[in-house]
Design a protein around this ligand. Structure first.
Ligand code: SF4
Length: 551
């Protein structure tokens, strides 16, 4: 029997490829075929992936192709065909589904492209000798052959659960899960806006799938439903099931529209244990003309109120997109400050991608879009924002990752913004200018260097109140865990005798163990209550989150 290998090249080691698992399980359920999975990521060397694929000795190699791996996959198949000229190479996935003909012409190593939803197309493709099937495109004597799209699967329950027990037990990666397909919204830059229908797994099926996650001890399950909270009876029912079956240590992530929460939903969400749910909220822009142009509607006041209430126990990631129509550098600052005020765990600053098939791809001339014409198709400029302004926002994004999303500077950066800046954006812009001036932007930095750079920035700005700032920075530093090194600016002020006594009182196996897993420090400013006066803090690192005790 011919050997079929399904290949998923992820963007990071921590990711799992959901698509290849669905495809394998579906084909194996409805045929006698066996499929081998191969998974790697774009941070691995191409040569080692090619060697792995060669050793698998397959006849058919089928690649799942996305915006982040297209170039990589194209390079792999070119080399693979040199050493395995007899193999058939097939590509599927969103990155080839909208440019089928171009992909086949551009890369002669591709034998077939599978278009659209993969499960049924792949099953037909592998079980029929005649490859001229719906959803399958190829070139014959240089002519493009395509019979048209296959119908989507009506009943999603017919697609098996993607993970096996061993994968669930491994528990080292993010597991993705899909309880619905499709999105009813029409955001102009998004590929999911093209197909309007939404299909759902049955409630019973979702419950049984979630039970498998809950029973297995996984830590993070990300729902990839394009907008999770569409039908209230259904999405609330799933959440209620998760709450009834609460398990400590696991987090469920959902992409949600926070505009549409009503009082009942808010009341429910307040009951969810801290960290059990994580929400991703796409704000993208608060500029009215921009929102109108991209077909998104944010009820800003309501969104803010909803998020502020639920952010006490629900972890939040909020998204912004730079380079949208009518958004200038200045209007983008307003969006930035708006999301900063929401107190989310993470602000994801993305840059518009001009994707074929989207409405915005039809507006290239209208808005004078310049963009990179290969993946990731990112915008370079338009008639509202210049290239150099987008570069500045890229630098701001880097600073945002260092000084906000890392969650390592919660106290010190808040202190700086509240005391020396009129608006949060200005701090991130200012420090990115500092990094730029010092030629630090292109470099990777260790955590301690990022702390040191903040001190140097503070000194260069000549801000008053360095002694208080350093106390906040010490607090941030000690919250990370028992320090391996104490930087120059960290002058310890602890009462050693008191620390010894605390260790003796605590229930550690040995005092050595106690010192290893704790720290004690005296602060000359009450950094927990933001007022004058000393405070002594005992840091206990024995749990996932550092526990603080004050004296
Ligand atoms: S951006 Fe989100 S809400 Fe808008 S069309 Fe795409 S998936 Fe749907």
């Amino acid at each position: 029997m011919e050997k079929v290998v399904l290949v998923g090249i992820n963007s990071q080691f921590i990711h799992t490829n959901l698509a290849i698992r669905y495809l394998k399980n579906y084909v194996e359920k409805y045929s006698s075929l066996k499929i081998e999975l191969y998974e790697s990521n774009i941070n691995n060397q191409i040569q080692s992936i090619i060697t792995d694929l060669f050793r698998l000795n397959g006849n058919h190699y089928i690649f799942s192709t996305y915006i982040w791996n297209k170039e990589y996959v194209f390079s792999i198949i070119k080399e693979l065909k040199k050493i395995m000229p007899h193999i058939t190479v097939t590509l599927g996935g969103p990155e080839v589904s909208y440019n089928v003909k171009e992909s086949l012409i551009e890369n002669k190593c591709i034998d077939f492209v599978l278009v659209g939803e993969g499960e049924r197309v792949l099953l037909n493709f592998l079980t029929n000798e005649n490859k001229n099937q719906k959803g399958v495109a190829f070139l014959k004597s240089g002519e493009f052959v395509y019979l048209g799209d296959e119908f989507p699967i009506e009943n999603l329950d017919t697609i098996p659960f993607p993970y096996n027990d061993e994968e669930l037990k491994e528990n080292i990666k993010i597991l993705y899960y899909e309880s619905s397909r499709g999105c009813p919204f029409s955001c102009s830059y998004c590929l999911s806006s093209i197909d309007k229908g939404v299909r759902y797994l049955s409630f019973e099926r979702v419950k049984s799938d979630l039970k498998r996650f809950l029973d297995s001890g996984v830590e993070l399950v990300k729902f990839v439903d394009r907008t999770y909270n569409l039908r209230k009876d259904r999405y609330l029912g799933i959440w209620e099931y998760l709450l009834e079956n609460y398990k400590e240590g696991v987090t469920f992530h959902f992409e949600i529209n926070a505009n549409i929460f009503d009082e009942e939903i808010i009341a429910f969400l307040k009951k969810v244990p801290d960290g059990y749910f994580q929400f991703e909220v796409g704000v993208q822009s608060i500029n009215k003309e921009t929102m109108d142009s991209i077909n998104r509607r944010n009820l800003l006041e309501r969104l803010r109120n909803n998020i502020k209430v639920i952010s006490k126990n629900i972890h939040l990631h909020v998204d912004l997109i730079a380079g949208l129509p009518y958004d200038t550098y200045d209007t983008f600052k307003d969006s930035f400050d708006y999301v900063y005020d929401l107190d989310a765990e993470m602000i994801q600053l993305g840059f518009l991608k001009i994707l074929s098939g989207t409405k915005i791809a039809g507006e290239i001339e209208k808005y004078d879009y310049k963009y990179i014409e290969f993946p990731p198709y990112e915008v370079l400029s338009n008639c509202f924002i210049k290239y150099e302004e987008l570069v500045k926002l890229k630098n701001v994004e880097k600073m945002l990752d260092y000084y906000y999303n890392s969650e390592k500077f919660k106290y010190s950066v808040k202190f700086i913004i509240e005391n020396y800046y009129n608006r949060p954006f200005d701090f991130f812009e200012d420090i990115s200018n500092y990094y730029d001036k010092q030629n630090l932007l292109g470099l990777g930095h260790k955590v301690v260097t990022i702390f040191n750079n903040l001190v140097k920035f503070f000194e260069e700005k000549n801000f008053q109140g360095k002694n208080i700032f350093i106390e906040y920075l010490k607090l941030d530093y000690l919250l990370l865990g028992k320090p391996g090194v104490y930087p120059e600016w960290f002058i310890s002020n602890k009462d050693k005798e008191k620390y010894n006594n605390i260790i003796i009182e605590k229930d550690f196996i040995s005092s050595r163990e106690g010192y290893k897993k704790t720290e004690f420090e005296k602060f000359n400013y009450d950094v927990l209550n933001n007022k004058n006066g000393e405070i002594e803090i005992f840091f206990n690192y024995t749990k996932k989150k550092t526990i603080l005790e004050t004296f």
